[in-house]
Design a protein. Structure first.
Length: 163
């Protein structure tokens, strides 16, 4: 089962492994990132980041679909994580939103030209805003910005008029 879909420009890191994994009681992490998948050293670092009894797998933006479908039907609590919001659109479109949470958790998101900071380290550009609106309008997915579960949460529906 997919417990959380997360955008985080750091992918798998210390806060992720100690706070997010514990909060959602995750046992499986699916990383979708072309750069990481295409670099054997980065891919190995991500796959070896697992602490304890976790499974971490890395895919690119074209080969993630079957593993995603398998995880949806699996009993393991799974997080899907990627660095860029347009990947969220690919993920939800791949399964027509079925079996995925109706929430997208956005952690740190890179500064891009014209982007506005909406929460600690989370920057939204016009392109990203279009993705968040698409997810909401197409699949009813509520986007929220929150570095980790116990920090301040900012909901897209409350700030989208700024974009």
């Amino acid at each position: 089962m997919i417990s959380v879909v997360r955008n985080d420009d750091r992918l798998v890191h210390g806060q992720c492994m100690t706070r997010i994994v514990q909060h959602f009681q995750l046992k499986h992490i699916i990383v979708i990132d072309d750069a990481t998948y295409g670099n054997s050293i980065l891919k190995l670092c991500v796959e070896k980041a697992a602490m304890g009894d976790y499974k971490i797998e890395c895919f690119n933006s074209t080969n993630f679909v079957e593993p995603l479908k398998a995880a949806i039907n699996d009993k393991l609590s799974t997080m899907v994580v990627f660095r860029f919001p347009p990947i969220a659109k690919l993920v939800y479109d791949a399964v027509k939103g079925e079996g995925l949470p109706k929430e997208l958790m956005v952690g740190p998101c890179q500064v891009t030209e014209g982007a506005k900071e909406v929460n600690t380290g989370a920057f939204v550009s016009k392109e990203y805003a279009e993705v968040f609106n698409y997810l909401l309008d197409t699949y009813g997915v509520e986007t929220y910005f929150q570095p980790v579960p116990d920090m301040k949460r900012v909901d897209w529906k409350n700030i989208k008029s700024q974009f």
